[in-house]
Design a protein around this ligand. Structure first.
Ligand SMILES: [Zn+2]
Ligand SMILES: [Zn+2]
Length: 341
């Protein structure tokens, strides 16, 4: 999924380390939860034209996901491929790679490992690193205000998926947007190269699906021989491990934009509508503690109470133990106490 309107800065610099997607101001942290988010300043983005290419792609993959209901496509190997895929793409790639590592720089990794996570994220049909990061930082800078790309104050469905299929991309993929929100991302030659490909997210997605299908067929034939059982197994693994997994990872990612700005409780009186939602946290390995995250976006951990379990952070700590993550930023109360970071 890409945009043809992108104009890429050729000499990007470093982002501001105290930018508001990392460290909210005191007023953001302390403001009243009931303060209105400039209601009425939206220019009704739902009136914008629909991107039919994206819409057809989304609908097609959802319809194909219904194949999991057919007994022909069921196998335990397929279920295993789904679960492993959700961990790899729905935990390592998007929440840890695109979100905590790239968008918030809450830890650092060796370049090869960072690029590996980004490459996996490119296999989720969720945009390029520069787009994903820029839109997410825009969300943090303007949460539930007029410039928020996906506030549920427009509508729940808008925040969940409609914002992706309406023509807001022209507005959100401009030179100034990149300059402001993604200069550090585009300072990496690999991410800049990705950005310059035609339909990069689509190309990566189809390429990964093709390789996945070849591997599924090859391994199935090794196990079963060249017969109908092998093709049935390969089809099962592909339907569960690619199609259903893609749609699932879409929805759990989108649910952070929709559910956790509507349903849940608040530990912090941020100026947005962010909520802590245990159900979304369960689905996303921790991303649902979203009010904690908005209050302290720089932190690699969103666990602010002992029972707000954050498996994504535990994974980051595991990466740290393996030498794959350094400079892991702790929650603000730990940082203020002078503990090591
Ligand atoms: Zn949010
Ligand atoms: Zn964030």
């Amino acid at each position: 999924m890409t945009t043809e309107a992108a104009t890429i800065p050729t000499n990007p610099g470093q982002s501001d380390s105290e930018a508001d997607w990392q460290t909210p101001t005191e007023s953001q942290s302390l403001a009243s939860a009931s303060s209105p988010a400039q209601a009425g300043t939206y220019s009704d983005p739902t009136k914008r034209s629909i991107r039919w290419d994206y819409t057809i792609f989304f609908v097609t993959l959802h319809l194909l996901t219904l194949l999991v209901l057919l007994p022909y496509f069921f196998s335990w190997a397929g279920v295993a491929a789904f679960v492993i895929g959700v961990v790899v793409f729905g935990q390592l790639a998007i929440p840890i790679g695109y979100h905590r590592m790239l968008s918030h720089r809450s830890f650092r990794s060796p370049k090869w490992f960072e690029r590996t996570l980004v490459t996996l994220a490119m296999c989720t049909a969720q945009e390029t690193p520069a787009h994903w990061v820029a839109w997410h930082r825009m969300h943090h800078s303007h949460s539930d205000h007029a410039e928020d790309p996906h506030s549920p104050r427009i509508s729940f469905v808008w925040a969940h998926v409609r914002w992706l299929v309406h023509e807001s991309r022209t507005r959100m993929a401009t030179f100034s947007m990149y300059e402001k929100y993604a200069r550090d991302i585009l300072s990496d030659p690999y991410y800049r190269w990705i950005e310059k490909l035609p339909s990069p997210a689509g190309m990566f997605y189809l390429a990964h699906a093709f390789v996945y299908a070849l591997l599924a067929v090859g391994i199935s034939m090794l196990v079963y021989g060249n017969n109908a059982d092998a093709y049935q197994m390969a089809a099962s693994v592909f339907v569960w491990g690619v199609i259903a997994r893609t749609v699932w990872v879409w929805h759990i990612t989108w649910s952070v934009n929709s559910f956790t700005h509507v349903f849940g409780y608040r530990n912090y009186q941020t100026t947005d509508d962010s909520r802590n939602n245990w159900f979304v946290s369960l689905l996303t390995a921790g991303e649902g503690w979203h009010n904690n995250h908005h209050a302290d976006p720089a932190s690699a951990s969103v666990q602010h109470r002992w029972w707000e379990i954050d498996p994504n952070y535990y994974m980051i700590r595991l990466f740290g133990a393996l030498g794959l993550a350094t400079h892991i930023i702790r929650p603000r109360h730990v940082r203020k106490s002078g503990a090591e970071s």
